[in-house]
Write a protein that binds this ligand. Sequence first.
Ligand code: ADP
Ligand code: ASP
Ligand code: MG
Length: 414
Amino acid sequence: MALIVQKFGGTSVGTVERIENVAQRIKKFRDRGDDIVVVVSAMSGETNRLVALAQSIDDKPNAREYDVLLSTGEQVTIALLSMALNKLGVPARSYTGTQVHILTDSAHNKARILDIEEKNMRSNLNEGKVIVVAGFQGVDEEGNITTLGRGGSDTTAVALAAALKADECQIYTDVDGVYTTDPRVVPEARRLDKITFEEMLEMASLGSKVLQIRAVEFAGKYNVPLRVLSSFDEPNFDSDDHTNNGTLITYEEDEMEQALISGIAFNRDEAKLTILGVPDKPGVAYSILGPIGDSNVEIDMIIQNISADGTTDFTFTVHRNDLEEAQRVLTQVANDLGAREVKGDDKIVKISLVGVGMRSHAGIASKMFKSLAEEGINIIMIATSEIKISVVVDEKYLELGVRTLHSAFGLEEK
Ligand code: ADP
Ligand code: ASP
Ligand code: MG
């Protein structure tokens, strides 16, 4: 029998009734003899509610107190789920991140897991108990509560699976696996039986929120078998080929069908900044991007225009939350450099094609650009790497752009 870590997201524990359904599912695994460690998120909408509460007091709330507040959502669900399990006759114990001792660094709101103590969990498992752990939270060296960034319960689950050397980490959510793109945007999207860590990592970094990026990184690094499944489907204990068993994230295998493109990701969270008429001389990129980096704003895509009349334009993207700060810093830089103007625009989206098959195929980019052009979609920025091509377009073209590319590359067909 196996040791399985099962993570249930916000929608899956969104009501008491759903929590009781989750308890029933866990019982089915226990009845087969599996050892189960459960990770839960806050009930759906709860973390957003807490964020809004904090912001009603302060736009930039104190980071330590913000984590104390946000971590309460998960404490509610671990208790309720443990009660539901105990009521079904399945002995269960809830643990906060501090109680398990999920040690993190002190970077509040985006802490990284450093170490997990497994001693207590092991002895509970040996006594036949189900362990129910609060996702998304940890504790630093000084005993302060930390949180791992939005969507961080995925990372808690994978980190626990790695620490306990679990046989599988199952991420239960409101869709039955990883699709070629977000099925809420393209209803024809197709579920993938398998996807490589590398592709999943690109999809997550490029905006697919089905798994938190750090969870995929962790799973790849520590070789954790990771599966995404629906918490609303019945568990399928019989199938060897895992039909209806969600999507397995796996290493690249030789016999794996090498799709050219495995998926399309999009990101609505970026904004674009342009500094116009910068006197062009060596070191100009550094003098623009250096101060942005110093103010802790992360930069994603960058383009510099060819210079005309000794001046150049420079465009880059940042997270929408950082637009105001970046614009403030850039305006100062523009003054210092004698640039003409600074412009900010948050009405953009980034759409990306991802696929390991791209490595060995030419012509993908031109097909992508042609398909977008035929729909009258103007491309504002382009970035490529070995296994992805990203374009920035006006946000009003998000749905049309994703649907167009999905059908141009035949992603709805196997
Ligand atoms: P949970 O609360 O369970 O963590 P999330 O909302 O974080 O759930 O993630 C699941 C959602 O991810 C789905 O409802 C879906 O809309 C979205 N999603 C985005 N891209 C994809 C994709 N490629 N495949 C499946 N779901 C996706
Ligand atoms: N509750 C947290 C969030 O909404 C963590 C998670 O659900 O993974 O971001
Ligand atoms: Mg999530």
